[in-house]
Design a protein around this ligand. Structure first.
Ligand code: NAD
Ligand code: DAU
Length: 339
């Protein structure tokens, strides 16, 4: 089995590469990633010499390069993690989100049509459903919840999802889609809430909480997400959407306070700042379908996962410090520039 994992130098993609190489020693995993600011090749250094692994530095919107890779590797599956993923950046500059997230998805699926594929899997997000009100804790996102996006990021992900379903209906492409809630864990880029707060707290810097910090996210440990995708690509039905989430809703402010407590830092570091434009209030996934059809359940409780995550950031300070300093962007040239 040969699987192209796009975006494998990013947060969830790298965790998925480790999961797959560890669980399936006879699989060949090809990471296709152009190393945007969010891609960090040093994350993959422990697998670079694994004979079952290949890293290819290319852009998923580069049709010629993608077709060439398909000709060389004849993949059985593609799992597409590659995306511009940060909501705040999409508010500043939507265009790159449309290019990568929508056009990149089209290029990958065109390659799948041209060369044949057993499964194209799109890694999507609960943000395509928009948000839920805080005063209706009985409401959850199901796979039937209408698409109703708020940000350029979520709109680009929704556009890609619609295209994936259209390729299934029009061309019969064997696709699947998973829509997951907020992930946390190792290798999370320190612009996102949890790693940003850990890094800032360790530097005794202000902890910028948007608005009143009352927005709710449904947090899932990244390894649980990887196991869910593994199940969907092997056992999930073609043409189907699967929601992934662990019923773990938390207010932002409570997460930030928890991080302060774990690190022994004062809550006086918390600074309330201007709210995100169009800020979604609450996300909450109903994971009944993936549980009933594929037997998936999250394994890591938030109380344990957050402790593990904080420990990882304490033990891997160099990983995130080189991101903050910008040095990580030289890693590819330094290690692989002459190859
Ligand atoms: P990330 O920003 O950490 O990583 C994205 C990766 O994609 C990077 O390695 C980057 O270099 C690569 N990339 C970006 N544009 C590319 C392009 N044009 N060609 C090739 N590679 C490119 O993202 P993440 O948080 O790991 O998210 C991965 C996927 O999961 C995304 O599709 C995101 O929408 C989705 N998702 C994320 C979360 C979350 O909580 N982080 C939750 C649900 C879904
Ligand atoms: O729900 C899945 C989505 O989760 C993914 O599709 C996205 O790719 C991923 O980035 C994430 O989006 P969010 O916008 O929920 O994540 P972020 O970490 O940016 O913000 C989490 C919450 O914390 C959100 O309510 C905004 C708030 N926040 C964020 C930052 C960066 C702050 O209060 N302060 C901050 O500095």
């Amino acid at each position: 089995m040969t699987i192209i994992v796009t975006g494998g130098a990013g947060f969830i993609g790298s965790n998925f590469v480790f999961h797959m190489l560890g669980k399936y020693p006879d699989y060949r995993i090809i990471c296709l990633d152009c190393l945007t600011y969010a891609g960090n090749l040093s994350t993959l250094k422990s697998v670079m010499d694994n004979p079952n692994f290949r890293f290819v530095k290319e852009d998923i919107t580069n049709r010629e390069a993608v077709y060439k890779l398909f000709e060389e590797e004849k993949p059985d599956m593609v799992v597409n993690f590659a995306a511009e993923s940060h909501v705040d950046r999409s508010i500043e500059n939507p265009e790159i989100f449309l290019n990568t997230n929508i056009l990149g998805t089209a290029v990958l699926m065109d390659a799948c049509r041209k060369y044949g594929i057993k499964r194209y899997h799109q890694v999507s997000t609960d943000e395509v459903y928009g948000d839920l009100p805080l005063d209706r804790p009985d409401l959850f996102f199901t796979e039937e919840t209408p698409i109703h996006t708020s940000s350029p990021y979520s709109s680009s992900k929704a556009g890609a999802d619609l295209l994936v379903l259209a390729y299934h209906r029009t061309y019969g492409l064997p696709v699947s889609i998973s829509r997951c809630s907020n992930n946390y864990g190792p290798y999370h880029f320190p612009e996102k809430l949890i790693p940003l707060m850990i890094a800032n707290a360790l530097h005794d810097k202000p902890l910028p909480v948007y608005g009143k910090g009352e927005n709710v996210r449904d947090w899932l440990y990244v390894e649980d997400h990887c196991r869910a995708i593994d199940l969907v690509i092997h056992k999930g039905r073609e043409g189907e959407v699967y929601n992934i989430g662990g019923h773990n809703e938390m207010r932002n402010i409570d997460i930030v306070k928890m991080i302060c407590k774990e690190l022994g830092k004062p809550e006086s570091l918390i600074t309330y700042v201007t709210d995100r434009k169009g800020h979604d209030m609450r996300y909450a996934i109903d994971p009944t379908k993936i549980h009933n059809e594929l037997g998936w359940l999250p394994e890591t409780k938030f109380a344990d996962g957050i402790k593990k995550t904080i420990k990882w950031y304490l033990e891997n300070q160099e990983w995130w410090e080189t991101i903050i300093s910008g040095e990580y962007r030289n890693y590819y040239e330094k290690m692989y520039g002459n190859r």
